[in-house]
Design a protein around this ligand. Structure first.
Ligand code: FEO
Length: 396
């Protein structure tokens, strides 16, 4: 239910505890999510964003308990993706003439989703909307963070930044404030969100943060569209984003494999042992891609200096979990990471070359020709895998 953030700002969104997949089946949300919508009252009233489509009726019904809908003067659509705009049709049936402020790209996206000629008011960076009572909304376009239409807005008088998806987390909580929740959970979801959604746009993240910082606006609170509100030391997440956007890695190597009859798994473990024997400071993690959550693996890739990817050869290719992983990794455009390939084979043995090519195409520095192991690895083959690991351990 609604709660006041400030006298003039009320959260009117939805906490979705049940959600386990987002973007269709693409992104796992182990901790659910929230769709944050904010009602801002000066002498005029603005509604910032709505909620995902399945909650549209509930959203509008709850909003009516908070305000006579006819008293909403402006709707701000910071982003057209339906997890934020999904309740607009339900709302606009009630207040069809209310102006919707969004970017020019937002007009296209919203029309593309809903095919309605609502009263759109396109805005640009620096445009202001006076709400009266010393409160203004200042708009900042945030193109490709993470859609062409994405936009931030800033509320003067309260010094609140509403950055939509940026600085969000898919994290349901009834606490709704960063200082009240488990910090490990919060940051686990925040980094997963960055790694899986924002990595390709890292250069734009840095530029946009510098642009917003350059406006010299005091920021007392950051109210994203997903997850908790950053009210205690709100700039902590901005500093984290600058760190994550700058070719982030920790002292970690991740070995990711799939296996048919455990040969490639045993090779993975031997490689890990080799890495450890050459470098006992590096954090080594192993994931069977077919048995692990791909978004969690992507988060580990994001944290890694190097990934070592293995698959046996099947039908002259790799197992499909590794093909899917490489495709996802290619799209995310990680920066300054190393990679290597390995795998077992019985006759044709294409998998290692395909993995190495996939890593190179994804922008990884492929450090060697990879390790091909014939049939089920015997003691000599496992010793070769250990040595392969040692070389990697010395490199990172
Ligand atoms: Fe939360 Fe890009 O939608």
């Amino acid at each position: 239910m609604a709660f006041k953030i400030r006298d003039s700002v009320t959260w009117v969104g939805k906490v979705d505890w049940e959600l386990r997949k987002f973007h269709g089946e693409e992104y796992t949300t182990h901790k659910g999510t929230t769709y944050n919508s904010y009602l801002v009252r000066g002498e005029k009233t603005a509604l910032i964003d709505t909620v995902w489509t399945p909650f549209a009726r509930e959203f509008v019904a709850n909003l009516k308990k908070e305000i006579d809908l006819n008293e909403i003067d402006y709707i701000i659509a910071n982003h057209a993706e339906v997890d934020h705009s999904g309740a607009l049709p339900e709302l606009m049936r009630e207040i069809p003439d209310t102006p919707i402020y969004c970017t020019a790209a937002g007009v296209k996206s919203l029309k593309g989703h809903f095919h309605q000629n609502w009263n759109f008011v396109p805005v640009k960076t620096g445009d202001r909307l006076d709400l009266g009572g010393g409160k203004e909304l200042i708009f900042v376009e945030a193109k490709m963070l993470h859609w062409p239409d994405s936009m931030f807005c800033y509320l003067t008088g309260e010094n609140i930044l509403f950055p939509n998806d940026a600085f969000g987390q898919h994290y349901a909580s009834e606490y709704m404030y960063n200082d009240l929740v488990d910090q490990d959970e919060l940051y686990r979801e925040a980094i997963k969100y960055y790694a899986n959604i924002l990595t390709p746009f890292s250069k734009l993240v840095t530029a946009k943060i510098n642009e917003v910082v350059g406006l010299n606006l005091p920021v007392e609170m950051i109210c994203p569209s997903h997850g908790v509100i950053w009210r205690k030391d709100p700039l902590q997440i901005v500093h984290k984003y600058l760190e994550w956007a700058d070719a982030y890695s920790e002292n970690q190597v991740t070995v990711i494999y799939d296996t048919m009859w455990n040969g490639t798994r045993r090779a993975a473990e031997a490689i890990a042992a080799g890495i450890k024997s050459a470098n006992d400071s590096v954090n080594i993690k192993l994931y069977n891609a077919a048995r692990s959550d791909i978004n969690d693996i992507i988060t580990e890739v994001f944290k890694s200096k190097m990934i070592v990817v293995g698959s046996p050869t099947i039908n002259k290719r790799t197992l499909h979990s590794i093909a899917a992983l490489l495709d996802m990794v290619a799209g995310l455009q990680f920066q300054q990471k190393k990679g290597a390939a390995f795998g077992c084979y019985g006759w044709s043995g294409e998998s290692v070359k395909l993995i190495a090519r996939g890593l190179a195409d994804a922008g990884f520095e492929v450090v060697n020709d990879g390790l091909k192991l014939l049939w089920n690895p015997d003691a000599d083959a496992l010793a070769a895998a250990v040595e392969f690991g040692r070389e990697i351990g010395r490199l990172v």
